[in-house]
Design a protein around this ligand. Structure first.
Ligand SMILES: O=C(O)C1=C[C@@H](OP(=O)(O)O)[C@@H](O)[C@H](O)C1
Ligand SMILES: C=C(OP(=O)(O)O)C(=O)O
Length: 430
């Protein structure tokens, strides 16, 4: 199907067959690698160039375009459209702030504009304002930034709260790498309070080390203090967030999933451990990095939004077909993603005939006694809600009428093609 021309589709899982499924490159890994490639002279980054164009997540393109803009000679105003990319926008803001003399005007979707960014802006102003950084916000766009030419006179530390998003700290730490290379002085990020989605900051640290940076780490302070070019530029893994959907649907169809590198350090590889709670096990399927999922569903599951926020919608789909209730905890972070995903999950469960009970940070999901004949869902422009609804459709064998399927482009442009490979029929609907 043409993902841009159809805004409503019917997803029919009646003809499932076993097939090898493949996720796209991990957008979180690719974004970090692109920035570090830019800083260390590996540009264009071979591992991103090697990805098939039609499979490259939109957020990776956004980040790459942003870096290209920052690589232009100073003097021009650089316009950077971040579309719906939270991590790309937040990462690029700091990179702009540490690009000497850069003048950048950021724009994005209305939804990206209303997501929280204030703590990152405050941190940048506090650290670099004394050197001449200015950062102004429109309503909400454009966000306009003028970077200082010389930062050597300011204290080399960014301070940022850990609640709300780990992307602030990741972005600042990538900024520390840029500043270290320019000034050859150690730069730190200090995190105030508990850090949410901590695995993503760990992923940033892992990528810094892969690119040859030396770090000192304590739970609340990360310092970039050295650099030595590595022998080779690392390659990019498949995306564990996307593997979450593929492992579940491949279990249903009896197929396999490729590009599943359990050593990749992405927080969403937690899916392998989490499905074991409900009787499923991902096992090697012969070829390298290829898995199949075996087992029978039993019980209910429990997962936390502090550890793997992007898996919670996927797990909510699984919860709908389990024989017992499940509980998602630390769920309020879901409200500040590409849509209010907490409400999105509740609507999906209700559309499928199940019920939810939200108590503070805890969401209980109770599956329906019997599945409906078919169910309807609006993606709300959120890639994870679209793919979650499709996962539930396949897991339950229940046809889905989905409004807004094209948003999968953000992280997994080939998602509908992968489902078609395993016999799922996807057709335009009125
Ligand atoms: O750093 C990253 O690449 C990401 C961090 C997480 O966000 P938060 O830290 O805002 O939870 C995650 O939800 C997002 O999809 C990607
Ligand atoms: C939250 C996500 O991404 P971002 O914050 O980068 O927009 C996501 O992909 O689920």
């Amino acid at each position: 199907m043409s993902s841009t021309s159809v805004s409503r589709i019917l997803v029919n899982p009646a003809g499932l067959k076993a097939a090898p499924l493949t996720p796209p490159v991990s957008k979180s890994d690719a974004q970090r690698a692109l920035v570090l490639g830019h800083l260390t002279g590996a540009w264009p980054l071979p591992s991103v160039q090697a990805e098939p164009d039609e499979d490259l997540p939109a957020d990776v393109r956004v980040l790459r375009r942003g870096v290209e803009a920052l690589r232009q000679p100073p003097g021009v105003v650089r316009d950077v459209d971040c579309a719906d990319g939270g991590a790309p926008f937040r990462i690029l803001v700091t990179q702009a702030a540490v690009t000497p003399g850069a003048h950048v005007r950021f724009t994005g979707t209305p939804r990206l504009g209303e997501r929280p960014h204030g703590p990152l802006f405050t941190s940048l102003r506090e650290a670099l304002g004394g050197a001449g950084l200015t950062l102004t916000e429109g309503t909400p766009w454009p966000v306009e930034l003028r970077a200082p030419r010389d930062t050597t006179a300011v204290a080399p530390v960014f301070r940022v709260p850990g609640a709300q998003s780990s992307q602030y700290a990741s972005s600042l730490l990538l900024g520390c790498a840029a500043l270290y290379l320019r000034e050859r002085r150690a730069w730190s990020v200090e995190i105030e309070g508990h850090l949410t989605s901590a695995g993503y900051l760990d992923l940033t640290v892992t990528w810094l080390k892969r690119f040859g940076f030396v770090l000192q780490e304590s739970p609340s302070r990360y310092t970039v203090s050295g650099y030595a070019a590595p022998p080779s530029v690392p390659s990019l893994p498949g995306d564990w967030s996307s593997l979450g959907y593929l492992l579940l649907v491949s279990w249903k169809a009896g197929g396999t999933v490729e590009r599943a590198d359990t050593g990749s350090a992405h927080p969403d590889d937690a899916i392998v451990r989490l499905i074991e709670q409900v009787g499923l096990k991902a096992v090697p399927a012969g070829a390298p990095h290829t898995l199949k999922v075996e087992g029978r569903l039993s019980g209910g599951l429990r997962a936390s939004g502090k550890e793997c926020p992007d898996l919670l919608p996927t797990l909510a789909a699984l919860a709908c077909v389990l024989p017992a209730p499940s509980t998602l905890t630390d769920v309020s972070i879901l409200r500040v993603k590409e849509s209010d995903r907490l409400e999105g999950i509740r609507s999906l469960v209700a559309a499928y005939g199940g019920t939810t009970d939200l108590q503070g940070e805890s969401l209980e999901i109770r599956p329906p006694a019997a599945p409906p004949a078919r169910f309807e869902m609006n993606s709300r422009g959120d890639h994870r809600l679209a793919m979650t609804a499709a996962t539930l459709c396949v897991l339950s064998g229940t046809p889905l009428l989905l409004t807004g399927p094209e948003c999968v482009e953000k992280s997994f442009p080939g998602f509908w093609r992968q489902l078609a490979r395993m016999g799922v029929l996807i057709s335009g609907a009125q």
